[in-house]
Design a protein around this ligand. Structure first.
Ligand code: HEC
Length: 162
């Protein structure tokens, strides 16, 4: 059995060095976890480019873009091509490509608004009607038309004050 080192007065020497080594290891561990998390986050999230000028000068599209990047891009992709980070993991019908010449449900504005408001049956396209207000629904729908290289339908434009 090894004796604890003792001072002349009999007090046990504090094992400061090994305790602080443990503390250092814990701190390093947390730094490592934090750094790893940050790197993973950066790898997973594709930062969006700045808004192109035609969007930047159009309040409806600019508003729609903000909503799209925050709410829709995870599945639809930043540019609407259906290549968001979650797209490949979804159960049900694929996200589809908003830049394609043909949209699965067509591009009648009432239908598109209804899909965004109520979602589609049996798919991970949820309805946003309880999350987004009327103006936001119109703005994000308008942005979908922009991504699809389609003119923004008039009803979407008229519905919110610019
Ligand atoms: C969790 C993933 C997910 C999110 C988030 C999401 N969508 Fe979808 N979206 C889908 C899927 C999957 C489909 C295909 C649905 C189908 O085939 O029935 C779809 C279809 C659509 C369609 C119909 C496209 C077509 O080809 O007819 C539109 C429009 C649309 N989404 C807009 C949006 C908008 C706008 C948002 C954000 C407010 C959004 N989506 C958020 C998964 C998502």
């Amino acid at each position: 059995m090894t004796e604890e080192p003792r001072h002349a007065d009999g007090a046990v020497e504090p094992k400061a060095s090994s305790d602080s080594a443990v503390v250092r290891m814990i701190i390093l561990l947390f730094l490592g976890l934090g750094l790893g998390g940050f790197v993973a986050f950066r790898l997973l999230s594709t930062p969006a480019e700045p808004a192109p000028p035609e969007v930047a000068r159009d309040p409806l599209l600019l508003r729609g873009r903000g909503i799209f990047l925050a709410r829709c891009a995870a599945c639809h992709g930043n540019n609407g091509k259906g290549d968001g980070q979650l797209a490949s993991q979804l159960i049900g019908p694929p996200v589809g490509n908003l830049t394609a010449a043909k949209w699965k449900y067509g591009d009648d504005p009432d239908t598109v608004l209804k899909i965004i408001r109520e979602g589609t049956q049996g798919s991970r396209m949820q309805g946003w009607g309880t999350v987004l207000d009327f103006a936001d629904l119109n703005a994000v729908a308008a942005y979908a038309y922009y991504l699809g290289k389609r003119p923004v339908p008039d009803p979407l434009r008229k519905s919110i004050p610019n």
